[in-house]
Design a protein. Structure first.
Lengths: 195, 1034
């Protein structure tokens, strides 16, 4: 299911949970969260796009940014997305796969990624063709998305407690270490969880 | 740079308008663009969603088959057929060409597979394409098995790389996977299509890892989708507003094209907006490229910006134009006004030219009554040209004023009759409508033979003259006004007077014309007055003021006179005009007002002011005629009571009636005046020439008055009776002053009151003497204090045994003429006049001097002197200082000084007295209370006074043996003194018996005739010495 659809269903209550969501004032209205990791966002750009720093994006005439429909990121990243959307320089996608392809095909010149995606990005073909630029935002907590419509506050608390427990006893870290390098995994679970 | 100003405003208006328009247009443009974008984004989102939803439902459908297999554990042909039928492919899931199932056949199981297939009824089943491969995935089921789908089974999907890729992905992920683009062989061009594969696993086997999945794989179920059908089912009739294209993968190359909407393929398609989006459907990437069509723009675009621009520019231009018109119209209006002014000025000049016309206007008339020839002057006179006049249908009617027309036509008729006319005056109307006066003469014209051929008229403009005539008429009327008017020539010769003047002065015009106004002068004004008048007229051309003139009958009267000089064009005086206004009445009124000041408003009797005047006259008369006069002061008895009981109104009524009665009872020449509330004064003149007789006359009149005043008064409903007291004084006009007389009558009246009212008392000469004497005495006393007429007598004060302890000093006056004046005569006078202060000081000074003198002689040094201190003295604020100064100056021993105060002193301001006493006490001065028992002293004050001694008044002592009261009083005083610790001395001891009694009572100090009278100091000293001798001898 596309991410956009997921948010729709969370809001309507048809979907109870999803994972790895970040919050913003709009989302907070219909979704509650249980944070279990945090990371920063990065801009993945083609080497030949001529982008050395974030400010270059606005100046560049033909820079097309690839973004997953329904995704929101950290504030600087959001600002860039909104600015580029206004000038028709954003291409939406239903998932990351096509974005990588499009990036390699030079259909888009950049896309936003998280450390989650490193394993894919580390694939030689992508890594060779791209640079990574940080968004200079603090890392954003990600967590279990819980539909307020579908779950009562007590249940929300219950799940939050469960997730916090998993964080506390290192379960989350263990899981992450299966898929990411130790350093990244540790960084991901190292965050100040918001209430 | 005036041309800028009118342009400036319109330019500003235009600029502002355009600016506003541009802003609105720009805003609208942006808003429109935003709107289109928003709509587009919405359409894009909606399209993506629709496609994704559809694909999801396809997935669900395939999951149904998967479920079927996992439920039954194997692939049952019949069940599969039923399921697919139930799906009602055509309606819900249109676009699906077929749903097939593949079996996974590794090479090792090939034979077994074929055998099974054959067993199931597929006779000619074989794997196509033939050949040995590692593994096979032949189609074993296909539904609906109709139409195009009726292809033999056994088709090996695994051999096709595109399908294989999808199948592998599906197998490994366990999820539905869409394949890449497939081209279906059709009748006609190949249609783009895709497959969706869903893996089927063996029931019960684990499927959580790739390896496990591979191991438990039994086959796939897949559906074939014809893209065009899918899209068609999504979008009913093709959308008009958007055109979109679907590509397989992320490249947008022609070979990857899955679908293109008809509009997109049209060469005319020029999209306004365009966007790409990557779709992830079942593990596979598609690219959706959407663009707008003209229909989209038409539907969602806003063209308001053009409208705004058009209206904005139009409005700006209109407003600017209006502004310019407004500015220029103002200018135009100004120019118009200027033109009109110029025209007016020109016509004014024309007027003036006409007015200055002195040339006659000549017209020659024919016998037909029409003008034959007119001179050019007509233009100046009337404003019409000669041509215009000659061509007028009715010359007379046009030119002559309507009011005079009839008369003039009659004149004209006479002219035509051959008559000569002279000075026919009438009004004409000019071309411009103004009116002027003409004076016309006419004479007949005769030809050579003497025949009457016409007449000619000659006219002169007499408008000015007419005006003057009118003004003269006005002034003639004005002349006959109620004010007396007099006109003289420049030399003040009288030319004209009017009726009013005659009325005022009595001189008719005939009598006075030709004379000089001097005639009117009275003798009240000196030459300076007329000089000033002349000066004023000469300098200012006028004078006005009040003047006393004389009428013909000699009466001198006051008038208000104005004189004005009339000047001609050359500013020379030609006439004088004066107005005379008789103000006698006014003067009279003024007099009356002034007179009122002399009369009492209520009773109309002369008031005090006038009375004094009359009195003066009476005195003068008395002096002149050597007859006596009398002055009566009449005072109503108890008038205040009347006022209080019946009210002021009745009081006033009473007074009026009293006034009447008084007037009734005196003679013609006598004066009755009201000088106070209820006080009246009567002045009688022309009495007898001897005072005695005059007094008798006065008494008679006075008694008459008393009787008259004693009659009942009717005060409205109240009857009242009152009486009066009269004080009278008779005078014979020595040069007595009014004041003196008043001063005599007044006390006399009081005397009358004293003696019972309703009486007449004469001012007693003896009273006068007493007053005089008093005055004399007063003067004398003053001298006495300064000079050496005063001396002290000493009355010894003795104690038991007869020893002299001191003396009381009493002042005596040795008058050069009168001898010894008793203190009773001058002490009260001194107290009344204030001389007591200096008198008292003299006494103190003398006493202290004496003390100082005695101090040198041992025996005398012990003696004290008691000095009486009067109230005025004691009340002086510097009394203490005065006494101390005297003591110091004289060098007296203050301890030998005794000040005697009377009890009556202690009535008020006791605190002050106490303070002063203490002050002096501090220096050793002693105090004794004189006349004790006769005054008002309170015992509480008594105890506070720093007294040394009480003196028992002689009134008690005198009768101490006869009157038991006096006896007990005396005793009480003694006891009181003793208990207060005060000394006590008895005054007025005249007998030894009294002395005895007093001694028994406890009083051992005495003063009185028994011992010694007050004597001179030498006598006193001798007495003291004798006493001493007596005592020492005893």
């Amino acid at each position: 299911m596309s991410r956009a659809r997921i948010w729709q269903l969370i809001e309507s209550g048809a979907l109870d949970f999803s994972l790895s969501g970040i919050t913003n004032p709009d989302r907070d209205k219909f979704a509650a969260f249980a944070w279990y990791f945090s990371n920063k966002y990065y801009l993945l750009v083609r080497k030949d796009a001529g982008i050395k720093q974030l400010a270059d994006v606005a100046r560049s005439e033909r820079f097309q940014l690839g973004v997953i429909r329904g995704f929101r990121y950290s504030s600087n990243a959001n600002r860039m997305v909104d600015q580029l959307t206004a000038s028709n320089r954003v291409t939406l996608a239903g998932g990351l796969e096509p974005l990588y392809e499009a990036l390699l095909q030079n259909r888009i010149q950049g896309m936003i990624m998280e450390p989650f995606d490193y394993p894919v990005v580390e694939e030689k073909r992508i890594r060779d063709a791209t640079d990574i630029i940080g968004f200079e935002d603090p890392s954003v907590p990600h967590g279990l998305i819980m539909s307020r419509k579908a779950l009562s506050p007590t249940e929300l608390d219950k799940w939050r407690t469960l997730v916090n427990g998993m964080l506390a006893d290192g379960t989350v870290l263990r899981i992450f270490r299966k898929y990411f390098n130790a350093e990244l995994a540790a960084a991901m679970v190292e965050f100040q969880s918001k209430p | 740079m005036n041309w800028i100003r009118p342009i400036l405003l319109p330019v500003i208006v235009l600029a502002t308008g355009l600016g506003v328009t541009w802003t609105a247009w720009d805003h609208e443009r942006e808003a429109a663009a935003k709107e289109v974008h928003t709509q587009f984004a919405s359409v894009l989102r909606e399209t993506v969603s629709r496609i994704e939803q559809r694909m999801a439902s396809y997935e669900q459908m395939l999951h149904g088959v998967q479920g079927l297999v996992s439920a039954t554990g194997n692939i049952d042909r019949n069940q599969f057929r039923d399921y697919v039928e139930a799906l009602n492919l055509d309606a819900n899931f249109s676009g699906i060409q077929a749903i097939s199932i593949e079996e996974w056949v590794p090479a090792s199981q090939l034979d077994a597979h074929v055998a099974r297939m054959t067993r199931q009824g597929l006779a000619d089943y074989k794997i196509r394409p033939p050949g040995a491969r590692m593994a096979y995935a032949p189609t074993i089921l296909r539904e609906p098995y109709v139409g195009r789908n009726r292809v033999a089974f056994g088709n090996d999907q695994w051999s096709d790389p595109v399908r294989r890729a999808a199948m592998e992905k599906a197998r490994d992920s366990g999820m539905a996977t869409v394949s890449g683009k497939i081209e279906l062989a059709m009748e006609g061009p190949a249609a783009p299509a895709f497959m969706m594969y869903l893996p089927l696993y063996e029931r019960g086997k684990p499927q959580s890892t790739i390896t496990e999945r591979r191991a438990s794989l039994i086959g796939w179920v897949h559906a074939v989708f014809r893209m065009s059908d899918v899209i068609a089912s999504l979008y009913g009739e093709s959308s008009r507003t958007i055109a979109f294209t679907l590509y397989d993968g992320v490249t947008q190359q022609p070979q990857a094209l899955l679908y293109r909407s008809p509009l997109a393929s049209s060469p005319l398609h020029k999209p306004r907006l365009q966007a790409d989006e990557y779709l992830v459907v079942a593990n596979h990437n598609w690219t959706l490229s959407i663009s707008t069509t003209d229909a989209f723009t038409a539907q969602f675009g806003r063209n308001a910006e053009h409208l705004i621009a058009a209206t904005g520019i139009g409005a700006s231009l209109t407003l600017a134009l209006l502004a310019w018109l407004m500015m220029s119209s103002r200018k135009r209006a100004v120019r118009l006004a200027e033109k009109m002014t110029a025209e007016l000025r020109a016509s004014e000049e024309q007027f003036r030219a006409i007015a200055d016309c002195t040339v006659n206007w000549e017209v020659w008339w024919g016998l037909d009554g029409r003008p034959r020839w007119i001179n050019h002057a007509v233009r100046d006179y009337t404003g019409y040209t000669v041509e215009q006049c000659l061509s007028m249908p009715d010359f007379i009617g046009t030119i002559v004023h309507p009011d005079d027309e009839r008369r003039i036509r009659a004149e004209l008729a006479r002219c035509m009759d051959g008559q000569k006319r002279e000075d026919v005056e009438f009004r004409c109307v000019r071309k411009d409508g103004t009116v002027f006066w003409l004076s016309l003469s006419s004479a007949p014209i005769a030809d050579a033979h003497g025949n009457f051929t016409g007449f000619r008229t000659s006219a002169r403009d007499i408008t000015d003259r007419k005006q003057i005539e009118a003004e003269l008429r006005i002034s003639a009327v004005a002349f006959d006004s109620r004010e007396g008017m007099l006109i003289t020539d420049a030399n003040s010769k009288i030319l004209r007077v009017n009726k009013a003047f005659t009325e005022i002065t009595g001189y008719t015009a005939e009598e006075i014309v030709g004379k000089h106004p001097k005639l009117l002068r009275s003798d009240r004004h000196g030459p300076a007055f007329f000089q000033e008048m002349r000066e004023s007229v000469r300098r200012f051309g006028k004078w006005q003021g009040e003047i006393w003139d004389r009428r013909k009958n000699g009466e001198v009267y006051p008038e208000w006179l104005t004189i004005s000089a009339v000047k001609n064009k050359d500013n020379q005086v030609t006439h004088y005009v004066s107005t005379h206004h008789d103000i006698s009445d006014r003067k009279l009124a003024e007099e009356r007002i002034r007179e009122l000041a002399f009369f009492d408003a209520l009773t109309r009797l002369p008031n005090r002011t006038l009375l004094l005047d009359r009195l003066k006259q009476a005195i003068a008369l008395s002096l002149r005629t050597r007859t006596c006069g009398a002055l009566l002061f009449i005072d109503l008895d108890h008038f205040k009571t009347l006022n209080d009981t019946v009210g002021h109104e009745k009081g006033d009524t009473l007074l009026k009636q009293v006034a009447q009665r008084l007037l009734a009872n005196v003679r013609e020449n006598d004066t009755v005046a009201r000088v106070g509330g209820d006080e009246f004064v009567v002045v009688l003149e022309g009495l007898n020439d001897t005072q005695q007789e005059a007094a008798t006359q006065t008494r008679a009149i006075g008694e008459k008055i008393l009787a008259a005043l004693g009659e009942t008064y009717q005060l409205d409903e109240v009857e009242y009776r009152t009486t009066a007291s009269i004080g009278a004084t008779v005078f014979l006009g020595r040069a007595t002053s009014v004041d003196e007389l008043m001063k005599q009558a007044d006390p006399a009246m009081y005397k009358a009151k004293e003696t019972g009212r309703n009486a007449l008392r004469f001012f007693d000469p003896a009273m006068q003497t007493a007053v005089l004497e008093r005055a004399t005495l007063e003067a004398g006393l003053r001298k006495a204090i300064e000079g050496n007429q005063l001396l002290l007598h000493y009355q010894p004060q003795v104690v038991e045994g007869g020893r002299v302890t001191g003396a009381e000093v009493l002042v005596r006056w040795q008058h050069p003429q009168r001898g010894m004046v008793p203190p009773g005569d001058f002490i009260p006078l001194a107290e009344e006049t204030g001389l007591i202060l200096s008198l008292g000081n003299w006494v103190l000074e003398t006493a202290c001097t004496q003390l100082a003198t005695w101090a040198k002689r041992p025996r005398m040094a012990e003696l004290s002197i008691a000095v009486n201190v009067s109230a005025p003295q004691l009340r002086e604020h510097d009394f203490v200082q005065t006494v101390l100064d005297i003591i110091e100056r004289t060098g007296a021993n203050p301890r030998r000084l005794k000040l005697e105060l009377t009890e009556s002193l202690l009535v008020d301001n006791v605190e002050d007295i106490i303070q002063k006493m203490f002050a002096l006490k501090a220096y050793g001065v002693e105090f004794s209370l004189d006349d004790f028992g006769t005054g008002y002293s309170s015992l509480s004050y008594l105890k506070r006074l720093p007294l040394n001694q009480l003196k028992i008044d002689q009134s008690f002592v005198r009768d101490v043996l006869i009157d038991p009261n006096d006896a007990s009083i005396a005793k009480t005083i003694v006891n009181l003194a003793q208990s207060l610790g005060l000394g006590v001395i008895a005054e007025g001891v005249e007998t030894d018996a009294q002395r005895c009694f007093l001694a028994d009572a406890g009083c051992h100090a005495y003063q009185g005739y028994y011992f010694c009278r007050p004597v001179t100091v030498e006598a006193f000293e001798k007495f003291a010495q004798d006493r001493d001798l007596l005592i020492s001898a005893a």
